[in-house]
Design a protein around this ligand. Sequence first.
Ligand code: GSH
Length: 223
Amino acid sequence: MTILTLYQFSTSPFCAKVRKILDFKGLDYRVVEVDYLERKDLLAASGQLMVPALTLESGETIADSDRIAARLDELYPEPTIFPPQWRGIHLALARYFDGELEDALFRAALPGEIAHYARLGRGHEAFYRLIRERKYGAGFCDATVRAHDAAMARAHELLAPLDATLADRAFLLGRIGYADFALYGQLGYLAIGGELKIPAEMENLSAWYGRVDRIRATLEPET
Ligand SMILES: N[C@@H](CCC(=O)N[C@@H](CS)C(=O)NCC(=O)O)C(=O)O
């Protein structure tokens, strides 16, 4: 029985985080792909225009991946995404991934995201550009596409210490937790267009990504 509804954009790293947490917890859910240009159902359900938003069993809909994650862990505590004694550091790391790392990967992924919206047609690309340029200023999209090499270099710089950390452990802080799901979501930016572009030399990070990616509702999580 489907008990939860996730409103998402397929390219959103915050939605990828929430999907993987739902899988990890073995929860049954349906996905509503929100039309980028027409968000009436999302607005009606959640009272706002951003994804992810999740409708719970109670009928209540909550937005924001941090709030969704905390609520899911309250309602469905097993398996937990906040290993005992480690909640604070998971939240702190996730905030870094969803903040500074997101900014770097978003810029690196922008050409792919523009191409994705161009493929959807019907003014998607123009609307995507409009939203970005309202936030970051006129000319932001073209300037970011031109600076793609620099953006990839910055992404490598931020990912290298994570790759090194994962040399001797299965998950970022040993046991899987919220930070892993946040990083997994953000790395989804590198998969826009279908091809995951984790730098080839980052073998530990690639292996870790595979471990998290393979978590499905029906599988026991690896520890
Ligand atoms: N802090 C929020 C951020 C969510 C967010 O930035 N969502 C983006 C998609 S990745 C969005 O809905 N943007 C609206 C738009 O592009 O119009 C969370 O953790 O869920």
